[in-house]
Design a binder for this molecule. Structure first.
Ligand SMILES: C[S@@+](CC[C@H](N)C(=O)[O-])C[C@H]1O[C@@H](n2cnc3c(N)ncnc32)[C@H](O)[C@@H]1O
Length: 246
């Protein structure tokens, strides 16, 4: 099923270097900071933690070269990830925490010519790198969005898929961001997290930068998402998909 997105999409902040990627936008109704019934961070969550997990520090743009390292295609298999998620022409998707756009350009090719990608990040420097990459690839269906820790800046009820690759574990305010993603998804939309497997002793990265599947399910379940599947076919990461709870 190919959906044609509406002409109006939220575009709160765009980069001047990515003028070709811009789209006019309507201002949406404000999105609540937490989903009704969600498990907001409380006194039970000491600062810097959520539901027993230590939040990682967001990766700086100074390390952006690492996101474009040569062996990433072999180790993280981006095209396979997008095959698993089944992106199609006409979808409106978001690459939340897009970084330098490694996944964004691949997503944009998959949803073209009728779909588009909202590529969000907290760091303007990352979006500048992303804008260069989008321009070099001559893509016209990417909308860069400068998000904040407390505002994901996504349009309400329009997204078929939100992808976060190596991002969820470092969200500074997971409850707020999840509520806003939930509000941005269509009723049949999906959220996909790609996270390093904490259960796997071969994954030799810092503890806070990987997650167990039960912890992912606990956090997402507490915020109005319904577990759909965990694809374990990547060497070190898993692709976990969720739908929106009715
Ligand atoms: C490890 S990088 C991954 C980048 C990209 N997804 C990739 O796989 O190449 C994580 C990125 O998430 C961004 N980030 C962290 N929290 C965010 C938030 N709440 N909203 C948007 N971006 C966020 C960081 O600024 C950083 O650029």
């Amino acid at each position: 099923m190919v959906r044609r997105p509406g002409l109006s999409l939220l575009l709160l902040v765009t980069l001047t270097s990515a003028a070709a990627c811009r789209r006019a936008a309507d201002k949406p109704a404000p999105i609540p900071s937490a989903a009704p019934g969600s498990s907001a961070a409380t006194a039970a969550d000491p600062p810097g933690t959520y539901l027993g997990r230590t939040l990682a520090t967001p990766m700086s743009y100074r390390g952006a070269d690492w996101l474009d390292r040569e062996d990433r295609e072999t180790t993280e298999q981006p095209e396979h990830v997008l095959d698993v998620l089944g992106l199609r022409d006409g979808w409106t998707v978001a690459d939340v925490g897009a970084g330098s756009g490694y996944f964004t350009v691949r997503m944009a090719r998959r949803v073209a010519p009728h779909g588009r990608v909202l590529a969000t990040d907290l760091q303007p420097e990352m979006l500048a790198l992303l804008g260069d990459k989008v321009k070099a690839a001559k893509l016209t269906n990417v909308v860069p969005v400068l998000a904040t820790e407390s505002d994901a800046k996504l349009p309400r009820g329009q997204l078929d898929l939100v992808l976060m690759v190596d991002v969820y574990h470092e969200l500074p305010r997971p409850v707020e961001t999840l509520a806003q993603i939930r509000a941005a998804l269509r009723a049949d939309g999906r959220l996909a997290l790609v996270e390093y497997r904490a259960e796997d002793p071969k994954v030799q990265i810092k503890e806070e930068h990987k997650m167990t599947l039960p912890q992912i399910q606990k956090e997402l379940g507490a915020n109005g998402f319904v577990f759909k599947a965990s694809d374990e076919s990547l060497p070190q990461q898993r692709i976990v998909t969720f739908g929106v709870a009715p």
